[in-house]
Design a protein around this ligand. Structure first.
Ligand code: ADP
Length: 733
């Protein structure tokens, strides 16, 4: 705690420092309850007084009869999804707190190791920072062995800096807090991929992720999957996009009410791009939506409100789970064993016209509830308004709940959500990091916000591209004077997530793995048994010599490709996106032009006497115009992936009439891939002719394209055609 105290620093809040909780404007209709808050002038205590005057009671009493949080911190898994094996020689089933150092303990240990004098001279404050780094680095590097240390540029880390620094100290990696002229191994960005121009190494953000997880984009991506697989994607509340789908919203609600008069729904309206509960309000009827003003200028998602959440201590809470998307191609997903539970600060009641506006009852956002007089800061992970998720699981388990089934459902929710996001992410990726051009590889920590229903079904609320990695919270000492104090609950969870993310993307581990694989390949003829161990086992280098030796086992557990077999059938839109990317043409774009669309139709042999090229053009114009009028992205003209997917579904329904949609789409994908593979074979023949005749450019009869070897080579990796092509080469070349 001494070090934690050392990290305390005071900040003098100006006039805008305090949060006064003031409802924005009166609602137009009695049932439209405003749940938005303004940051008001001075006198930070005002909000608290106001909230307290609402007669709220203290929340978050310590759980009864619940053992330490770690007891429930089982690795994710269930009979359906078997538990993960221990990593890197660490004892299985060991958790922080059970004979393993906690994040804070690890930090202390590493800090003790880290002190040491000497370093290059420097003149500026920057120089001094670097000198300090260098000093620590020299000694640590020596102790860690002769391996060069992994270098991390933390100059753009923003609010995750504190947790990142602790992680780097624990790993004994080298931090460059002001950037570096030479390339670093890893770049840690606080906001997005574009925080800095990077051409090598790894960066902790994917291009396009921020856009993809905005409320509207996420709803659209999930809805596409709901159209294909309604049962598999029923973990996301029914949603409509405003203002475009307002008439649809009204019509569907009326229809549902007509068919079930006992249905008394509540809806939650969430502005697109909003966060921390900003601008959110609850309504009982579509007519209560404030369509004037802000909705027109700021689109939103309206969603069915989950009226029966699971309560703990009579309070609504949600779960923030950390998920590592380690790679997009191949898809690799990890889930943190522990997360955070954020509690409301007023006992929950099902929504009525009277309580709709009570934020502290209905919204679990930490940033809102911290301003309630009932908010409890606790150093204990089992109590208070922010607890570890494992402490909740422990509580549930002691009440007889099937916690393994719950984990299994959460894993499925996470994998399915990422499967919904990957197609568009791949479009962004090829646009920002075109194949063959220098660029970094990406990974990203995502924050999944999940609500548990009374029956323990997890429901996805949203995905955060930049989950807060702050390990401190603000405390108001006196009006206008704030102090940042360490938050042990945040530190325990978040430092482990960052540190273990770094361990998983460790470039040196990858190098060692590559070397080991090569060596093993060499040795394999003599000793086949070694290979049977599998790549993960082979990775177990001598951990006693590495900084990892003293660290806890990984808190991140792989769920994909581990459970790929159970989920791969859902990845249809990924294959549609592969077709889309193939026809994008000029690298660096995200939208398909009319020529690209026509080429797609022609190459896949989709036009015929019933579907002329004129109809193709009409389809393109109709769908593209509609999507571009939604106003999401005006930067480029042309057909976006979602529009292409709609056109593709349309073609699939036309061609395979009586099948369910997902079978229609799967059949059309197969049909297209087949024809493209045949085309690639023809191109190969053309290519051979080029080589044979030593001619630079030869018109290829297959589709009238002019091909040079360089022009068709990139096609090799893109579709199922690749393997056929490779076979062909091995037999004919
Ligand atoms: P923000 O990004 O502004 O935090 P969220 O989608 O996370 O927006 O919603 C804010 C809060 O509102 C959530 O933390 C949750 O407590 C509540 N909430 C959101 N959607 C629903 C829903 N469909 N049903 C019940 N509660 C919800």
């Amino acid at each position: 705690m001494a070090e934690a105290a050392a990290r305390r620093h005071c900040r003098r809040g100006g006039a805008s420092g305090g949060h006064r909780l003031t409802a924005i404007g009166p609602s137009r209709s009695p049932s439209a309850a405003p749940l938005s808050w303004q940051r008001a002038g001075s006198g930070g205590g005002g909000g608290r007084a106001e909230a307290a005057s609402g007669g709220m009671e203290p929340a978050g009493a310590p759980p009864q009869g619940c053992g330490p949080a770690q007891e429930a911190e089982e690795p994710p898994g269930s009979p359906a999804l078997p538990a993960e094996e221990p990593q890197s020689g660490q004892p299985s089933g060991a958790h922080p707190g059970e004979g393993e150092p906690s994040a804070a303990a690890g930090r202390e240990r590493c800090c003790r190791r880290g002190a040491g004098p000497q370093g290059p001279p420097g003149r500026t404050a920057r120089g001094r920072g670097r000198r300090a780094q260098g000093r620590r680095g020299g000694e640590e590097g020596g102790r860690a062995g002769r391996r060069p240390r992994v270098t991390v540029d933390s100059s753009k880390a923003k609010t995750s800096l504190e947790a990142l620094k602790i992680s780097l100290r624990q790993l004994r990696w080298k931090e460059f807090p002001f950037g570096r002229r030479l390339p670093c191994d890893i770049y840690w960005h606080g906001v997005s991929f574009h925080d800095n121009d990077i051409f090598s190494g790894q960066v902790n953000k994917f291009p396009g992720m921020t856009e993809m997880v905005r409320k509207i984009t996420l709803s659209r991506a999930v809805r596409t999957m709901q159209d294909l697989f309604p049962l598999e994607y029923n973990f996301y509340p029914r949603s409509w996009i405003l203002p475009d789908e307002f008439p649809l919203f009204v019509a569907e609600v009326r229809m549902m009410k007509d068919s079930d008069p006992s249905w008394k729904p509540t809806f939650i309206v969430k502005p697109d791009g909003g966060c921390q509960g900003d601008g959110i309000y609850l309504i009982k009827d579509p007519s209560d939506i404030r369509l004037t003003g802000s909705i027109q200028s700021r689109p939103a998602v309206v969603q069915e409100y989950i009226c029966k959440p699971l309560l703990v201590d009579k309070l609504k809470f949600d779960i923030r789970l950390y998920v590592l998307l380690k790679s997009l191609e191949p898809l690799e997903i990890y889930i943190a064993k522990d997360g955070l539970s954020r509690f409301c600060t007023e006992p929950y009641q099902e929504p009525t016209l009277k309580n709709l506006h009570q934020v502290f009852m209905h919204l679990t956002n930490y940033s809102l509830n911290i301003h309630s007089g009932n908010f409890i800061h606790s150093d204990n992970v089992n109590t208070g308004s922010k607890r570890t998720f494992s402490s909740i699981l422990c509580r549930l388990s002691s009440r007889g709940a099937d916690v393994k089934k719950l984990w299994s459902d959460i894993i499925s929710l996470v994998i399915k959500t990422i499967i919904a996001l990957t197609p568009e992410l791949k479009v962004y990726y090829q646009s920002d990091i075109p194949a063959g051009k220098p660029g970094p590889t990406c990974f990203q920590i995502l924050g999944f916000d999940i609500l548990l229903m009374k029956n323990l079904k997890p429901m996805l609320l949203e995905v955060n591209a930049n989950p807060s990695m702050r390990i401190e919270h603000e405390q108001e000492l006196s009006p206008g004077v704030f102090e940042n104090v360490p938050s042990p609950v945040d530190e325990e969870v978040k430092v482990a997530v960052i540190r273990d993310t770094l361990r998983l993307v460790d470039p040196q581990k990858k190098k060692r793995k590559d070397i080991q694989c090569q060596t093993l390949e060499h040795v394999s003829e003599a000793n086949e048994e070694l290979l049977d161990a599998g790549p993960a086992d082979r990775l177990e280098y001598d951990t006693t010599k590495s900084p990892e030796a003293g660290l806890p086992s990984l808190c991140l557990k792989q769920v994909f490709p581990k459970y790929a077999k159970q989920f791969n059938y859902l990845r249809l839109v990924d294959r549609v996106a592969a077709l889309f990317i193939r026809f994008l043409g000029v690298k660096g774009t995200t939208k398909l032009g009319p020529t690209g669309f026509r080429t797609f139709i022609r190459n896949c042999k989709l036009s015929n006497s019933n579907f002329s090229m004129a109809s193709v053009d009409i389809l393109y114009i109709d769908i593209t115009r509609r999507w571009n009028s939604t106003g999401i992205d005006h930067k480029e003209s042309g057909m976006c992936l979602q529009a292409f997917v709609e056109a593709f579904f349309c073609l699939a329904q036309k061609k395979y009439k009586s099948l369910p949609l997902h079978e229609q789409v799967a059949s059309l994908i197969h049909f297209c891939e087949y024809h493209l593979a045949a085309l690639d074979e023809k191109r190969l023949v053309c290519g051979r002719a080029i080589v044979d005749r030593r001619s630079a450019v030869v018109p290829c009869q297959a589709d009238g394209l002019h091909l040079t070897p360089a022009a068709y080579t990139p096609l090799l990796n893109r579709t199922a055609a690749a393997s056929k092509f490779a076979d062909y080469r091995s037999h004919h070349c």
